[in-house]
Design a protein around this ligand. Structure first.
Ligand code: CP3
Length: 348
């Protein structure tokens, strides 16, 4: 197996810097859009053969060092009683959002092995198709980001209702986070049992929190999930990713993750210094850089690699998901560049 990605997660030396791109299977690819014409988004996620096919599209098109299973962070919420749909042009909507302590108490327990069996089936299909060429990454939303979606009912700028519940009804907040943490842990473990080689927790929205609130209302649950997954499945790398986290970096170092994601709003070497030497880092090109002319894109990719300076424990990625309309040719050239560039100067 090309295990550069897994080696970098463990901070072992690698022959080339591994690269994969968050949301690498998606609308910027013409192959994806062709399938998307025939299916709704949730239908694609829930049809294992289709999810497997889409997972493999970027692997066939580019020399990526890891695949990530095609799914979404929100469908697992259906298992605990939330009603989800994706509306055209609007993104995800939860039709019965959590608004009170009574709503929290009404959530059910569920076994992700049953409630999201379609994703586990897709994992098995992809593992068979990859035949150990490259690793497969599984993922889950982290409990804060899931809670915020469940409470707001959709996208949000200020997380008004989430913070209201957190600040005014902390017992209900903690109960919700505890239930979501159990779901996330069981979902990650089920994906590992189905064959994924590493797992990533997406906490895309946690950067909206003040550090003291993150430390009190979120971090303990992230720590618990990571500790419990590691205890059951030692050796499977655990990646924790968020955006707008610069003010939380010293706290992320306490998460227990093997790898921490860095978005483009920080310098990756400065973020790594705040995390300490015990973790690997993933990142952190601005996704918009892929729209720049090649020399400018190359300069920006080189800056990331120079800041790392060849130290083991770096996975090249974007600072957030790849954007719609990204030129596929720039993705191809970026992957090639990351695989061949040798940093000669180290920026410190
Ligand atoms: O990285 C990957 O390629 C794996 C697949 C993946 C998707 N979503 C597919 C997807 C992953 C890891 C996610 C994570 C996800 N989903 C997050 C956390 C990471 C992040 O990007 O912040 C969040 C917040 C969601 C929820 C979500 N799903 C939103 C807000 C949207 C709508 C926005 C949009 O881009 O349309 C989605 C839809 C979605 N998830 C698409 C894909 C490929 C686009 C669906 C389409 O074809 O219309």
């Amino acid at each position: 197996m090309n295990d550069r990605y897994l080696k970098a997660c463990r901070r072992e030396a690698v022959d080339r810097t591994p690269i994969w791109l968050m949301r690498q299977a998606g609308r910027y690819m013409s192959a994806y859009r062709a399938v998307r014409e025939r299916y709704g988004f949730l239908q694609m996620v829930k049809t294992p053969e289709v999810a497997a096919e889409i997972t493999l599209q970027p692997i066939e098109a580019f020399d990526l060092d890891a695949a990530i299973i095609f799914a979404d962070i929100l469908p697992p919420l259906e298992g605990i009683g939330l009603q989800l749909s994706f509306e055209k042009g609007e993104g995800p909507i939860i039709h019965n959002p959590i608004r009170s302590a009574a709503d929290v108490a009404a959530l059910h327990e569920c076994d992700p092995r049953e409630s999201v069996s379609y994703t586990l089936d897709a994992v098995r299909l992809v593992k068979r198709a990859l035949a150990d060429r490259i690793p497969l990454i599984g993922f889950s939303g982290a409990p804060f980001t899931l809670a915020a979606y469940a409470i707001e009912g959709g996208g949000s700028k200020e997380y008004r209702r989430s913070k209201q519940l957190m600040f005014a009804q902390p017992a209900a907040w903690h109960s919700l986070m505890a239930q979501l943490s159990t779901l996330v842990r069981d979902y990650l473990l089920a994906q590992i049992e189905a064959g994924v080689d590493a797992v990533q927790l997406f906490d895309s929205w946690a950067g909206a929190l003040a550090p003291d609130d993150y430390a009190e209302y979120v971090l303990p649950y992230v720590q618990r999930i990571i500790a419990e997954v590691r205890a059951s499945q030692p050796g499977v790398p655990i990646v924790y990713f968020g955006t707008d986290m610069a003010g939380l970096h010293p706290l992320l170092a306490q998460s227990g993750a093997d790898v921490l994601g860095v978005d483009w709003r920080s310098r990756i070497d400065e973020a790594w210094a705040q995390f300490g030497p015990g973790v690997a880092v993933q990142g952190n090109l601005d996704p918009m850089a892929l729209f720049a002319p090649w020399p400018e894109l190359e300069r920006r990719a080189r800056t990331v690699l120079d800041r790392i300076g060849g130290r083991p424990g770096h996975i090249f990625n974007l600072g957030h998901g790849i954007l719609t309309e990204t030129p596929e040719d720039n993705v191809r050239r970026l992957v090639e560049f990351v695989h061949t560039y040798q940093p000669d100067q180290v920026i410190r």
